[in-house]
Structures are given as C-alpha cells and as structure tokens.
Design a protein around this ligand. Structure first.
Ligand code: TXA
Ligand code: MG
Length: 367
C-alpha cells in the first residue's frame, strides 16, 4: 500500500507510520525510505517475519541483514548513549566504535560487531557478527522509534537487481506482492547504500563496502584509520572475514547490458558489442562536450548527461539505471568513474552492475 504525500514535503502522516508499526508487530513487512536507499523491513526479533524478507527478495538465507536502530526521541546527537542502545545486540562496544557512532550516527554508516548471543541466526546467516546502522531519514527514525525495537532491512529490491531510491521503484520491484506496505519519503538523498565497516575482527576497522562516508572523512573527523580488506594481513581472525556484497561480483544490475568506457573511448566500447549496437544510450559527463557520433549512421546513439560531481552522480545513479532499463536500449554505456576515493562507492556499484547486467543476470551470484 502506498499513501498520499504532500507536494513539497513527502512525509508520511503519523497515522500511516503507526499502521506500519502495527504491521511490523504483526510479523509483516514494511518498505521504508532511508537516506541511502529504500529498505524492506521486518521485526528483527521475529524469525518468521525475517524469513519473509528472504522469500520476497529471492535472497539466499546465508546473506546477513543489517539491524536498523532508532536514536532516542528528541535526541541531542552529542548526548546519545549508543552503547546502551546497542547492548541487546552486540557483545562489546569499543572506544573506536563509540567515536564512530558519536560522529556519524544517525547516518549512512553500518558497523559490524561481534553479536550478542540472543541475535537470531536468521539475521546473521549463521555468522557470529551482526551489522547495525541508525539511519538518518526522519521517516525511518519515526518508524524505528515508535516500533521500539530493531528492524532488519535489506535494500528493497529483488536479489541482484538495482536498489530502489523512490517509493515507486519499490512498487515496481515487487509488483506481484499485493498489499506490501511502502512508506513514501520521496527520493533518497544519497542514492547508494551505506558504508560498511567491520569492527569485529581485532583492532583494525576494515572497509567492507564503500559508500558516501569515506575512509578519509573518517580519518579527518575521528583520527581512526580504516583499512581496505587487502591491507589487513590474513590471520586467524581475518580469515573468517564476513560475507558481504563486497565479495560478490554481480549486483545492482539492469536487464539491459551495461558497460563502462574509458575517457574518450566510446567508439571502442561500441565496437566490442557489434551485435548489440543498434540502439545505445551513452552517459556523458556534464563537463564534457558532445560525443559527435553522426559519422556512424548504423548506431542510434542517445546521450544522457551525468554529473561530474561524485555526490550528485551517486544520488542519481540508480534512478538513471532504472529509467534507462525501462527504455529498451540494446546497450547502456557509462563513463568509467575517475580515480579518487570519493568515487569508490560509485565505481564499486557500477562495476558490479556491469558484471550482472543483461537478460541472464539472474544467473549470477549476488545480493
Ligand atoms: O544503506 C543501506 O545499508 C541499506 C538501507 C536499507 O539501510 N541496506 C542495505 O542492506 O544495503 P543489504 O542487505 O542490501 O546490504 C547489506 C550488506 C550485505 O552485503 C550484507 O552481506 C552485509 O551488509 N552484512 C550484513 N550483515 C553483515 C555481517 N554480520 N558481517 C558482514 N557483512 C554483513
Ligand atoms: Mg542490497
């Protein structure tokens, strides 16, 4: 069910959020907006409800879920006792964890901890760690606060497909799921999933999924160094690094074949796909001049302008991929993101989207 939104501020009324809270208590699923992407939520203490998420998404049951928690009502961010809020879920909270939470929560950062023994195995896929995040979106916050418990929520898309960044995307994704409640919070501001940092394997925080919050920003604001997976020496602890999207090649994938082109090499990219070059959508940086492909009459090319600012690009990425996927192109070309950490999140999503793209994408391993 979707509900009315006002023209300017698409916030749901309290009555609708109360209904969503009741749905969660009753063991149902509620899709809700976060600042990153829309999530498909269930009561984190109800194993049957959690199983529904895996069924609806078509996601293998050993792929762990993130537990979403609320900041307290009328909070002063500086005063929140995150350790107390986490105590039902995690075994212990280190100084580093506290500093990260005090600096970035609520916000687009997920932290992985050693789990408390009470955390359901349906959430963790049988691992001894649990991922937690406090989303900043006001509707997510209100829902979580009123629910008074943890809500597990993967991105509200079918397994391996593009994550939704609007309520309409969620409806399109789960067309057959009659009665699925979708809270409408408008377009997601950040547009790619949260940064995930593993704090569970010793003293070194490890970046498991790049996102809007980068290791440089973390270092600048907290003095904490975050390591790349490859930088941490394999020990008994890190041998058992958790399974994350970072280890999966295909994800976020459109049905139309998607490829990246190197700067100035659109024609090379086209010539690699001779059988699919009849109608091609080419994304072009807004900072660049037009492609001028008129001397290739066999190719019907349409340019789509994309932002050369990494934050603006991220916020529109899934929207663009979804829209292009609806338009029956034979091929979609995107420019390779430039070097630089601020592009890591986008590069990660685009590379996986390419790998998983095409009509047979459902056969790839992904989440
Ligand atoms: O921005 C986000 O994080 C969104 C919104 C809805 O909050 N959620 C999201 O969930 O992206 P999902 O399930 O699509 O991706 C969660 C990722 C998966 O790659 C999963 O493997 C990883 O988090 N993950 C979950 N629990 C984990 C754990 N205990 N250890 C390591 N990775 C974990
Ligand atoms: Mg996902």
């Amino acid at each position: 069910m979707s509900t009315d939104k006002s023209d300017s501020t698409p916030l749901q009324s309290s009555a609708v959020i109360n209904e969503a809270v009741q749905t969660l208590h009753d063991g149902g699923l509620v899709a809700f907006p976060t600042e990153t992407v829309y999530g498909l939520g269930a009561d984190a203490n109800n194993p049957e409800a959690i199983k529904k998420i895996f069924a609806v998404k078509g996601r293998p049951s050993n792929h762990p879920l993130i537990v979403h928690l609320a900041a307290p009502d009328k909070y002063d961010v500086a005063q929140i006792d995150w350790a107390a809020l986490l105590s039902p879920w995690v075994r212990d909270v280190s100084e580093k964890a506290l500093l990260l939470m005090n600096t970035f929560w609520p916000g687009p950062l997920t932290l992985v901890f050693q789990k408390d023994k009470s955390v359901l195995r349906e959430i963790t896929g049988g691992q001894d760690t649990v991922a937690i995040r406090a989303p900043a979106h006001p509707i997510a916050q209100e829902l979580l606060r009123k629910f008074k418990g943890g809500v597990v929520a993967p991105s509200a898309n079918r397994f391996g497909k593009i994550s939704p960044t609007s309520a309409a995307d969620v409806h399109n994704e789960f067309e057959g799921e009659l009665g699925l409640m979708v809270l409408d919070g408008g377009d997601c501001e950040i547009g790619i999933e949260s940064t995930i940092i593993d704090l569970s394997s010793g003293d070194k925080p490890i970046l498991l999924r790049p996102g809007a919050i980068t290791p440089s920003e973390i270092l600048a604001k907290t003095g904490i160094k975050v390591y790349q997976v490859g930088e941490v020496k394999k020990t008994d602890e890190t041998d058992s690094l958790p399974r994350v999207s970072g280890s999966l090649l295909a994800h976020y994938a459109p049905t139309t074949p998607l490829r990246l082109y190197a700067p100035g090499r659109v024609l090379d990219a086209l010539s690699e796909f001779p059988d699919t070059k009849s109608r091609v959508a080419v994304a072009v940086w807004d900072s660049e001049s037009s492609l001028v492909l008129e001397d290739h009459p066999s190719i019907d090319v349409e340019e789509v302008i994309v932002s050369s600012d990494s934050t603006a690009f991220a916020s529109r990425l899934y929207r663009s991929l979804r829209d292009l996927d609806q338009q029956a192109w034979d091929l979609i070309l995107f420019p390779e993101p430039p070097a630089g950490e601020e592009w890591d999140g986008v590069r990660d999503r685009l590379q996986r989207a390419c790998f998983g793209s095409g009509p047979s994408s459902s056969s790839h391993v992904s989440n």
